[in-house]
Write a protein that binds this ligand. Structure first.
Ligand SMILES: [Zn+2]
Length: 399
């Protein structure tokens, strides 16, 4: 048996126990015009830094009497888990954002009682209250942190409208997470046609993580046009702070691998790994005991390790990513704007699903090795495997 390698919950966070779901709304009144920005902290209850940053920025907006154009709404994700300092209580709150689940919640005959369902209903209501109205643009900034240390980074679905918001924050951008994990708040928002950016601000308990989140929120408020840079004290220093936190790291990294922890297995990440740390193929990264004895977990490829799990909860052991050269991003942007949208459907072994708009079924026996890469370039993402076929869906761009 291996130990879980983590200390138990850091305990309840006294100052975060009795907070309302809505941390603030600026301006308090005003019609729906321009950009609506939701900033959410504490989707994972052991990640308090985002909540602290939202409270700090909102207090500053008030103290300085800044006039906000549009609307910014600060929200707590999983308030019950946050009060306990636990990642989640019954279910990971950041795996529940699928249309099927949300429909089932609203159709439930019995009143739901499990903590994460209650949290989800409350958060959905908070979103809906503000989404009513004719907004030109809706943006989500989802503030997270990791159990491992290392530089902050953003995560997006690679839509053309998400890119500029992610690149407005001078830290690496991680692509492809939505192909490995289902039901994140981030993907749900992006699939609704909104802009959605997640910031992993650093290690869960570090004060610098609050600083990174604070800087990212100010930068996003300015980039989205809600505030003017000259109204934010020390704006240049805020930007420099984020920039310095991620020096010498690639601008864009694509996820290539997720190590999923088998149900019931004991997992222990070897100590000392940080986000973006380079690893070699075959390097021992962790130990696992599925019940039949401890064995090593080796890296199946060379690249950079991301989000190694040093906490007790969650079934993602670690991820591996590789740098993407800016040329490929430029090319995929160009292809998506070009009149070549028909091209993926013309590839051998690729068929559109007549019943599901924007979805392609790729026959693994006929498709060539480059088909997946080409589909990525055209803005499709891997969705599921169906026998020998693989289903791809087109990421939604602007509504
Ligand atoms: Zn998180």
């Amino acid at each position: 048996m291996v130990a879980t390698g983590v200390s138990p919950s850091t305990g309840a966070l006294a100052d975060l126990q009795c907070l309302p779901r809505v941390l603030g709304v600026h301006p308090a009144r005003g019609e729906a015009r321009g950009t609506l920005l939701f900033v959410v902290g504490g989707v994972h209850g052991n990640e308090p830094a985002g909540v602290r940053a939202i409270r700090r920025v909102f207090a500053e907006i008030e103290r300085l009497g800044l006039s906000v154009q549009g609307r910014v709404v600060g929200l707590i994700g999983n308030a019950r888990a946050l009060a306990q300092g636990q990642r989640y209580l019954a279910e990971d709150f950041n795996r529940l954002w699928t249309d099927e689940r949300i429909e089932a919640l609203s159709d439930a005959a019995e009143p739901v009682r499990d903590p994460e369902s209650l949290e989800q209903i409350a958060l959905l209501e908070a979103f809906q209250e503000h989404l009513a109205g004719k907004w030109e643009r809706v943006v989500l900034l989802d503030l997270h942190s990791t159990s491992a240390g290392g530089a902050p980074f953003t995560i997006i679905s690679d839509t053309l409208q998400n890119r500029p918001f992610a690149f407005a924050l001078p830290v690496p951008v991680l692509l492809g997470l939505e192909e490995r994990i289902e039901g994140t708040l981030l993907s749900w928002f992006a699939d609704l046609g909104h802009v959605a950016v997640c910031l992993e601000g650093g290690q869960n308990e570090l004060p610098s993580t609050v600083e990174h989140h604070t800087a990212a929120l100010w930068l996003t408020l300015v980039f989205a046009g809600l505030l003017r840079a000259e109204d934010v004290p020390g704006f240049g220093a805020l930007r420099a702070r984020l920039e310095n936190s991620a020096r010498n790291l690639p601008a864009v990294v694509e996820l290539r691998y997720r190590y999923g922890i088998p149900a019931g297995a004991q997992f222990e990440m070897n100590p000392g790994f940080q986000n973006f740390q380079p690893v070699r193929r075959g390097e021992v990264l962790a130990r696992i005991d599925p019940g039949s004895g401890v064995r090593d977990v080796q890296s199946p490829l060379g690249g950079r390790v991301l989000m190694p799990r040093y906490q007790a909860l969650g079934d993602d052991g670690f991820f591996l990513g590789r740098e993407v050269r800016p040329f490929w991003l430029w090319l995929s942007g160009w292809l998506r704007r070009s009149g070549l949208a028909w091209l993926p459907r013309a590839l051998p072994g690729v068929h559109s699903d007549p019943d599901r708009h924007g979805e392609l079924v790729v026959d693994g026996r006929i498709a060539r090795w480059f088909t997946v890469e080409l589909l990525h370039l055209f803005g499709y993402r891997w969705r599921s495997r169906e026998g020998r076929s693989v289903r791809f869906v087109r990421r939604r761009d602007a509504r």
